[in-house]
Ligand binder design. Structure first.
Ligand SMILES: Cc1ncc(COP(=O)(O)O)c(C=O)c1O
Length: 401
């Protein structure tokens, strides 16, 4: 390949820190090892039958052609109904775009509002994709670390210290991937008032809104008042709530001018999402919602187990997530420990050690711009969780501190 062929914009994007782990997992699997993976962020439940049925019927009825770029009106109306029902948000169908997952909705949003050199505040730990998409859009991610001792709570005080005259927007993600932390209503209200005062945008990624535990309740920042709603792009999707990761149905809601611009952009990138999946999505949003509670109950059982067990393992201290299906324990007390010539100096060493010694895969905190931690998903069976954590415990007990 000729040198210099890769554009500077693509060269600026970081390769996923999970790829190195995935490659190692493949290598060990090819050698016949049984790896337990806590690495992938997707529900282990199947998509419900009524959703599949609606999609199947659409296909059989020949609903197999292009649709309008922004998604069929019936689906956008179903999304408006959902936003009213679940989030107390009033939108009309021309304020909605359906995209290939929340991921494309996020990309559309950054591409639409960022000018070259605009700064976007990114509280950390953060979803791996936010900083890279901001860079692709010509923006600059400005990290605002939350504090572990505050249970990764986002506060206005901390955000303010990172604001400059070039700050264009803030990205919020509550419940958070990877920490499971949720924004408190008081904090959100303060942040909303500040953003309105400064005329800054907020993109709120609410993909885990339904996966919440105990008394926790998700609140959309856009629901506080008209002013903040006019500066908000709400991003959501069906991947996590309805166990539909492979269907690629996400959406954004916002002021019509912004959504129309997103439609213009998406029209030249992918056009509409899969037409049949749109019919399935209508059924998911308008049909029975009982499956969400059933999944949450099971996730809660797993969360309680994983938090307690991880906290009982030497050198690990685990947070207690309010939502999503991840835990993000601190593993820095393992630094300095060794087994033979293997010395643990950082979180990547921990990830490699438990992969090689325990055959368990997890994701390093650096993937989320937050060192000294590792992420576990508990969207895997309780049997695998128990087996995986037992293996980790044995491997850590073998270390010399
Ligand atoms: C915070 C967050 N946003 C967006 C996505 C992407 O979701 P989708 O499957 O709808 O593209 C994920 C997936 O892991 C996520 O964790």
């Amino acid at each position: 390949m000729k040198s210099g062929v890769i554009s500077s914009i693509i060269s600026k994007i970081s390769p996923s820190a999970t790829i190195a782990v995935a490659n190692k997992v493949d290598e060990l699997k090819s050698k016949g090892y049984k790896i337990i993976s806590f690495a992938t962020g997707e529900p282990d439940f199947d998509t419900y039958g009524n959703i599949k049925e609606a999609t199947d019927q659409a296909m059989k009825a020949g609903f197999t052609k292009y649709t309008s770029v922004e998604g069929i009106k019936e689906l956008r109306e179903a999304i408006c109904m959902k936003l009213k029902r679940d989030n107390n948000l009033d939108y009309n169908s021309s304020q909605i775009i359906v995209s290939n997952g929340a991921k494309q909705a996020l990309y559309n949003a950054f591409m639409t509002i960022c000018e070259q050199g605009d700064e976007v505040l990114v509280p950390t730990p953060c979803y791996v994709t936010f900083p890279e998409q901001i860079k692709l859009a010509g923006g600059i991610p400005i990290y605002s670390p939350t504090k572990e001792e505050n249970n990764f709570r986002i506060t206005l005080e901390e955000l303010k210290t990172k604001c400059t005259s070039r700050t264009k927007a803030l990205i919020l993600n509550s419940p958070n991937n990877p920490s499971g932390a949720m924004c408190k209503e008081d904090d959100l209200r303060q942040i909303a008032d500040f953003l309105v005062d400064k005329g800054m945008w907020v993109i709120t990624d609410e993909i885990y809104e339904n996966i919440v535990y105990d008394e926790a309740k998700h609140i959309s920042i856009a629901s506080f008042n008209r002013e903040i709603k006019d500066q908000t792009i709400v991003v959501n999707g069906l991947s996590k709530s309805y166990a539909m990761t492979g269907w690629r149905v996400g959406y954004a809601a916002g002021p019509e001018e912004v959504i129309s611009a997103m439609v213009k952009f998406q029209g030249h990138v992918t056009s509409n999402i899969n037409s049949m999946a749109q019919k399935g999505a209508i059924e998911a949003l308008t049909g029975p919602q009982g499956m969400i509670k059933i999944m949450c109950k099971e996730y809660a059982r797993r969360r309680d187990y994983i938090v307690e067990k991880l906290n009982s393992i030497k050198g690990i201290s685990c947070n207690h997530p309010d939502g999503a299906f991840y835990v993000f324990p601190n593993i820095s007390k393992l630094y300095g420990a060794r087994l033979g010539d293997k010395i643990i100096n950082n979180e990547m060493d921990v990830v490699n050690y438990i992969l090689e010694e325990a055959h368990v895969a997890v994701v390093p905190g650096e993937a989320f711009n937050y060192p000294d931690h590792i992420r576990f998903t508990f969207a895997i069976s309780i049997e695998n969780i128990k087996e995986g954590l037992n293996r980790i415990e044995v491997a850590i007990n073998n270390l010399i501190f």
